[in-house]
Design a protein around this ligand. Structure first.
Ligand code: MG
Length: 159
């Protein structure tokens, strides 16, 4: 098949921290995401979308949280490795679209930097990565600021 799509989703709990990392960008906030890695939900959702598109399993299989090598690492490493796996399989990355689900902070000013960073790590034009955000109208664990979630879709094509 020449074109393939994938879907990814992730959620991490918010806890005490001085910064929040989303899309590889540090965002000033009084809370941060708790995780084995840096808890970057957006990058994790995109990693899963890319792995899914290529039939390469999921982030938990590729980068297990039981593996000490991945403790505290930047999730940019997952994206970079995933891009390598994809190209080894003969695919190129088309475009990525994503949503961050967060009540706070305001993320709009950070979209250009996130898009540029993700694109740089994946080796694709910044134009091909799109990041959006939604609040949850104060409902559920995202709405009460206990967690931040993200979802992404990715298109890949045979080179
Ligand atoms: Mg995760």
């Amino acid at each position: 098949m020449k074109f393939r799509i994938g879907i990814g989703y992730d959620l991490h709990r918010l806890g005490p921290a001085t910064s929040l990392i989303l899309g590889g960008i540090q965002i000033p906030h009084e809370k941060g995401l708790i995780g084995h890695s840096d808890g970057d939900v957006l990058s994790h959702a995109i990693t899963d979308a890319l792995l899914g598109a290529c039939g390469l399993g999921n982030i938990g299989e590729m980068f297990p949280d039981t593996d000490a090598r991945f403790k505290g690492v930047s999730s940019m490493q997952f994206l970079q490795k995933t891009a390598e796996f994809i190209r080894k399989k003969g695919y190129e990355i088309g475009n990525i679209d994503s949503n961050i689900l967060a009540e706070r902070p305001k993320l709009l000013p950070h979209f250009p930097a996130m898009q540029a960073r993700i694109a740089e790590v994946l080796g694709i034009p910044a134009d091909n990565v799109h990041v959006k955000a939604k609040t949850m109208e104060h409902l559920g664990i995202v709405g009460t600021e206990e967690a931040i979630a993200a979802e992404a879709v990715a298109l890949v094509y045979l080179e």
